[in-house]
Design a binder for this molecule. Structure first.
Ligand SMILES: Cc1ncc(C[n+]2csc(CCOP(=O)(O)OP(=O)(O)O)c2C)c(N)n1
Length: 352
């Protein structure tokens, strides 16, 4: 391996510009790869519909789409065991769906309906489903890295073999909690995988303008005694391969991994942001590397029949139609729920 372990399958526009080589990645079994494609198509259709429903005034509050970043969520989720934990940011729709949370409940949550994942009281930025080991979407940048450490420490003490996987953006690497969490995880050899989804922009600021190194996560790994891992985040085979290695390492007791997945958000930072501050050539270069058509072509090359791919796509559309209708038919949360789930005992008697 070179100084920077480059696990990227094809290399994005950025890597081409920097002349970083491309490394082949071991392909997963074809059933796993078609399931990854299915996940990505469902995420894409779900988020596009969520955006339409936002424009119609039906999705409430703010939301942050992961359009363009699906290969990170899908590749990792496919490699995880059902008992592993996910921690995500406010850009967490894809990660929640990837862990198997029902689409109708996620859509209803975005719409503030009682059938929502948290009875419509959390909304897009707080998606959580403990039953699916989706341990929350965190709006405070960096906060959840230390919480993921807690879950990993608990798993280690209990000897369960569970791994905590924590997703965050490139901007998070300049937050104190990032460094504290990485250091503690390394010292205690915690079974945790930190995944930086480097989409190059932290809100409206390019990460390159505020960071002294080219790879905001990978270039800092050595500071914690970890090997740098850089992966093409738009290549689902590459994210799956990187996830498999990191999860195995964690389960074997070898401690944390810090993965930097290079990717791009197709839209703006949050719901109403058109993202016009980004250079058009950059946007176009990344749109040309959309992870979904790339993966579709790769599967077709690998012998997956066109009819199979089309069935997956039609089924995803039908699932989103059904989920949206079910969510829209649900009422807003009943007032009686106002004090439910606000404290660990499910009530608020502790306040009195
Ligand atoms: C501690 C903290 N500081 C600032 C903010 C405001 N804020 C919300 S999102 C964001 C950008 C984060 O960028 P990044 O980590 O790259 O994630 P991305 O949105 O690209 O997924 C900021 C600064 C916040 N939510 N929390």
């Amino acid at each position: 391996m070179t100084e920077l372990q480059d696990q990227r399958g094809r290399g994005g526009p950025a890597s081409a510009a920097r002349g970083i080589g491309t490394a082949p990645v071991g392909a997963a079994p074809i059933e796993v790869r078609t399931s990854i494609y299915k996940m990505m198509v469902e995420m894409r259709d779900f988020e596009k519909r969520a955006y339409d429903l936002f424009l119609q005034g039906l999705v409430k509050g703010t939301s942050h789409l992961g359009l363009g970043q699906e290969a990170v969520a899908a590749g990792f989720a496919a490699a995880m065991r059902p008992s592993d934990y996910t921690f995500a940011t406010y850009r967490g729709h894809n990660h929640t769906l990837a862990r198997g949370a029902p689409m109708a409940a996620v859509m209803a949550e975005l719409m503030g309906r009682q059938a929502g994942l948290m009875a419509g009281k959390g909304g897009s930025m707080h998606l959580t489903s403990v039953a699916h080991r989706m341990m929350g979407s965190y709006a405070i940048v960096g906060a959840h890295l230390t919480i993921a450490n807690g879950a990993a420490w608990s798993a280690k003490l209990r000897g369960t073999g569970e791994v905590a996987v924590c997703f965050f953006g490139d901007g998070t690497t300049n937050i104190g909690a990032f460094h504290e969490a990485l250091n503690l995880a390394a010292i205690w050899k915690l079974p945790v995988v930190f995944v930086c989804e480097n989409n190059r922009w932290m809100e409206y600021t390019p990460i390159s303008s505020v960071t002294a190194v080219a790879h905001p996560a990978a270039d800092r790994a050595r500071s914690y005694g970890l090997d740098p891992v850089l992966v093409d985040g738009n290549d689902a085979d590459a994210t799956y391969a990187a996830a498999s290695v990191a999860l195995e390492r964690a389960r074997a007791g070898a401690g944390p991994t810090l993965v930097e997945a290079e990717t791009y958000r197709h839209g703006g930072h949050s719901r109403a942001d058109p993202g016009k501050y980004r250079p058009e050539a950059e946007v176009q270069a990344w749109l040309a590397r959309d992870p979904i058509p790339l993966y579709r072509a790769r599967l077709a090359e690998s012998g997956v029949d066109e009819s199979v791919l089309r069935r997956i796509e039609e089924a995803a559309q039908s699932a989103v139609d059904a989920a949206s209708a079910e969510a829209a038919a649900s009422p807003p949360p009943d007032f009686s729920l106002v004090e439910a789930d606000v404290w660990a005992d499910g009530g608020s008697s502790w306040r009195r």
